[in-house]
Design a protein around this ligand. Structure first.
Ligand code: MN
Ligand code: MN
Length: 305
């Protein structure tokens, strides 16, 4: 991998790590999700980088893809909540993807420990040539040891420039149908999800996060073209959310949603549905770090590895 590219990955990773450290201090009961989201995304920019996707703040049975809406009467973080905070930082398109689970009390300490241990064991097993499925096995076995389940239809992924999911899947179970191996010069996000429910997620009808599926636009109304062009210029094909559009596009929220929905129906924009444990009363924990494979395995989002 080009030395300049490695530097950009390391910079993105270092910023993501500092953001996580500050979030741990800032986190408290009564915090509004919109406040927490603005705090995190503002900090990424203050550190001189950009969010690679809207911060995911997913509570309890929600596993991923929840981000605060601009007009939401947002719930606050409460005692007993299991809060996954998934942060993406990019420097010139090179992405660091990392997540932590935070709780006010220790009601779900074992669930959190299981996800953390699954990630730590995975990271110490990764090197060039190791099969993706064997990392999945480590995650699955760790969850099982705690009497819990890893979430089978969520997983880690290779990361590319301006691409969060660059093609390879690092499963959260020993998926023997996957023959892929870790390759030198590639970046991967490893992200075990552990639950006390059924061990898989379902898509809700609601979505808070979107991305462009096309980069050239034909047969659009002027408002559709304005929105699509703005997204292309600012976020390319990286995910975005209503909060990010509202700041820059001079439209009331309902009008913005109408334009966004028409772009979805024209297949210019796709939705990322909110993902929830199949057992809606279950709890989910997640930890994630991004690694670069060279002579060593560099965990760019956490210097302690
Ligand atoms: Mn992530
Ligand atoms: Mn990820």
């Amino acid at each position: 991998m080009d030395e300049e590219v490695v530097k950009k990955y390391l910079r993105a990773g270092e910023i993501a790590f500092r953001v996580k450290q500050n979030v741990i201090t800032y986190f408290r009961a009564g915090l509004k999700l919109l406040e927490l989201g603005s705090f995190i995304e503002g900090m990424i920019k203050d550190f001189g980088a950009q969010p690679a996707f809207p911060v995911n703040i997913s509570i309890n049975s929600i596993a991923a893809h929840k981000t605060p809406l601009p007009d939401e009467v947002v719930p606050q973080i409460m005692e007993g909540d299991v809060v996954k905070i998934d942060v993406g930082v990019h420097v010139d398109g090179y992405i660091a993807d990392t997540a932590i689970t935070l709780c006010i009390d220790d009601r779900f300490a074992l669930l959190v420990d299981a996800a953390k241990e699954a990630l730590e064991k995975s990271l110490s097993s990764i090197r060039e040539g190791v099969r993706f499925s064997s990392i999945g096995g480590v995650i699955e076995e760790t969850a099982k040891k705690y009497g819990l389940k890893s979430i089978r239809n969520l997983g880690g992924h290779s990361v590319g420039r301006y691409l969060i999911h660059a093609g390879d899947v690092i499963p959260n179970y020993n998926d023997i149908t996957l023959f892929g191996k870790f390759r030198r010069g590639e970046a991967y996000a490893i992200e075990p999800f552990v639950s006390n429910g059924k061990g898989y997620v379902v898509e809700l009808d609601e979505a808070n996060i979107y991305a462009l599926t096309k980069t050239k636009f034909k047969n659009l109304t002027s408002q559709e073209l304005q929105l699509a062009s703005y997204v292309m210029e600012r976020f390319k094909t990286l995910p975005f959310c209503e909060r990010w559009l509202l700041r820059e596009i001079n439209l009331p929220i309902d009008a913005l949603r109408t334009v966004l929905n028409s772009l979805i129906s024209k297949n210019i924009v796709k939705k990322y549905p909110i993902l929830q444990e199949a057992l809606s009363t279950a709890y989910v924990a997640q930890f994630e770090e991004t690694v670069l494979i060279s002579d060593d395995v560099l965990v760019i989002t956490n210097p302690k590895f």
